[in-house]
Design a protein around this ligand. Structure first.
Ligand code: ADP
Length: 416
């Protein structure tokens, strides 16, 4: 099946066109036929298209919304004469659409075929993800109007992998009725990424799901850690929103909540402004005063010895280290620590700093293997005697969304 995977943000749309099938899953014979991103939707948009066997194209045009962006992509990839992708020459050659949906609340514990009840459910979660869910819904509606009602669409939620967390991990210690009344609890995000790398780890180790006891660390612009026991997420560092937990590109991660009121008072800010500060001006950017980009910070530190760049990196690594320690305790020990995400996959230096002095816990990096593991490579970076194996596994959320889409579509035979 050819599955169009859509990840719609408020002003961006990322997509992949993936050929995959339940029958192919065991052999990993999936192919990505095209991928790309539309940025700055709502004004003069920038479009990057990569199609199999064709040079990359960068385009610019005014696109008012997600519908216009999706229409533009399809015209340029599928409907334009000469644009032909292997096996795709008409919209009918796209067999299903898989959407990344950020928040599934407590309702969606796995991926689902979208119908009017599912749409209502995603709408109900808008108050939990006011920026993301409306954009995701915009993508679903745009796809429906372009492809028609008949094309199956599937929602894959960022939160659902973490729905297996026990109460002790997802409850905040605030008055319990507030959880009941407002659903204030920890949900966790990045679920598709943690689930994908856990699945890949199992394949590499030849393990059963039930025997998978690992810690996965997704370090990109957003960062989160996940404790996985018997294949299930039992704890994760992001909480009610993606703000909690690790230090990120522009998000603070954990802070004492009393800071909010104090800051609002001292700086004459509204609570909304403080929230924005913690989400957009903190993390690596806030600490360094330079950038949210880890590669640039590492360059600054190495080439100019910049003190604040070093500080930002140190705080970032220390926070990850603390979560690894916490999750080793939560799990009662783990078989592996898996790094993924742009930083986790590419930066040997960050992995080194995080794992430094964790030998007592049975975590020992093999320096040469660690340095060699960059640029999309996958494998073990720990020593032969490291009790906890350390892995680098590039994430592939789109592939997991495509596979879930096939699974959901094929589970309803009348449709397929
Ligand atoms: P997103 O969360 O937006 O998907 P990515 O997973 O692509 O982001 O991660 C982006 C981060 O990865 C940036 O901070 C970038 O600097 C960092 N990164 C990418 N390559 C390297 C590298 N070789 N060394 C250090 N950091 C890197």
């Amino acid at each position: 099946m050819n599955v169009l995977v859509l990840n719609c943000g408020s002003s961006s749309l990322k997509f992949q066109l993936v050929e995959t099938d339940v029958d192919l899953m065991a052999s990993d014979a999936d192919t990505c036929k095209a991928r790309g991103v539309v940025e700055r939707i709502g004004s003069q948009a920038l479009i990057t298209l990569n199609a199999e066997g064709q040079p990359q194209r960068k385009l610019a045009t005014a696109l008012r919304d997600q519908g216009a962006a999706l229409d533009f992509i399809l015209r340029n990839l599928v409907l334009q004469p000469g644009a032909a992708l292997p096996g795709i020459s008409a919209l009918s050659d796209i067999h299903a659409i898989g959407h990344r949906v950020v928040h599934g609340g407590e309702k969606f514990k796995k991926s689902v075929l979208i119908d009017s009840e599912v749409l209502r459910g995603i709408e109900e979660c808008i108050e939990l993800a006011p920026l993301h869910n409306p954009a995701n819904l915009g993508g679903i509606r745009a796809a429906r109007s372009l492809f028609g009602e008949g094309l199956p669409q599937v929602a894959v939620f960022d939160t659902s992998f973490h729905s297996s967390m026990p109460e002790e991990a997802y409850l905040y210690s605030i008055p319990y009725p507030l959880y009941r009344r407002h659903k204030i609890r920890r949900y966790g995000f990045h679920g598709t990424s943690h689930r994908y790398v856990a699945h890949r780890y199992r394949q590499l180790e030849g393990k059963e799901r039930e025997a998978t006891n690992i810690i996965t660390v997704h370090l990109g612009n957003g960062c989160s850690a996940c404790a996985i026991k018997a294949g299930n997420s039992v704890d994760t560092s992001m909480g009610f929103t993606p703000l909690e937990g690790l230090v990120m590109g522009t998000r603070s991660g954990d802070v004492d909540p009393s800071i909010l009121e104090f800051l609002a008072h001292k700086e004459g800010m509204s609570l909304a402004e403080v929230d924005l500060l913690l989400n957009k001006q903190s993390g690596l950017l806030g600490l360094s005063g330079l950038t949210n980009d880890m590669r640039e910070l590492l360059d600054e530190e190495r080439e100019h010895g910049d003190r604040r760049a070093r500080l930002a990196i140190d705080v970032f690594c220390y926070r990850v280290k603390k979560y690894v320690g916490a999750y080793l305790a939560a799990l009662g020990g783990a078989d592996a620590l898996v790094f993924t995400g742009g930083i986790g996959e590419n930066s040997a230096e960050i992995r080194r700093r995080i794992c430094n002095e964790l030998e007592w816990f049975g975590i020992a990096l093999e320096p040469e293997a660690n340095v060699a593991m960059t640029g999309g490579k996958e494998g073990v970076v720990s020593t032969a005697i490291s009790r906890v194996k350390v892995y680098v596994i590039p994430t592939n959320e789109e592939l997991l969304i495509a596979r879930d889409t096939v699974r959901c579509v094929k589970a309803v035979p009348r449709r397929w």
